[in-house]
Design a protein around this ligand. Structure first.
Ligand SMILES: Nc1c(C(=O)O)ncn1[C@@H]1O[C@H](COP(=O)(O)O)[C@@H](O)[C@H]1O
Length: 151
């Protein structure tokens, strides 16, 4: 994530990954404020064995796109809600990538963070049968938790 202030949103991605038993790490890396850290992180990710990167940032959210430009790993972008423009700036700066460097863009805020984790899980589950079973169980539990009546 681009700042520690994004953690309130991005912790939902981490918690969802943890529920699914997916090992992961959480880092603050900014294209603007810590460009060298971003280069090192993105270029080192695949050689270290990471499989997917979830990048959350708000406002002029260049982190997901810049990260995607520096790694062949799939990058999922989470637009963090900004104060001034309610996350529309984050959403558009993450989604409107030029052809050639894709960022899989999720919804603004908490839902996007949760879904980034679930999408990462779905991608990883294509080559991990045990995770596929855990993901199916997660979906089943989720469906069972939805009441049929409003009261
Ligand atoms: N969008 C970016 C990037 C980046 O894209 O590299 N680095 C920080 N930020 C964003 O700035 C917002 C305000 O950050 P502060 O709360 O630290 O001032 C955060 O949402 C962060 O993601």
């Amino acid at each position: 994530m681009g700042s520690r202030s994004d953690w309130e949103t991005m912790r939902h991605a981490s918690e969802t990954l943890a529920k699914l038993g997916i090992p992961h790490e959480c880092k603050v890396v900014s294209a603007h404020r810590t460009p060298q850290r971003m280069y090192d992180y993105a270029q080192g990710a695949a050689p270290r064995g990471l499989r997917t990167i979830i990048a959350g940032a708000g406002g002029a959210a260049h982190l997901p796109g810049m990260t995607a430009s520096l790694t062949r790993l799939p990058v999922l972008g989470v637009p963090v809600e900004s104060h001034a423009l309610k996350g529309m700036d984050s959403l558009l700066s993450i989604a409107q990538m030029p052809a050639g460097i894709p960022v899989g863009t999720l919804a603004i805020g908490r839902a996007g963070a949760v879904n980034a984790a679930l999408l990462a899980a779905a991608m990883l589950a294509t080559t991990d049968a045990a995770l596929a079973i855990r993901l199916e169980k997660f979906r089943e539990d989720q469906a069972n938790a939805v009441a049929e009546t409003p009261e």
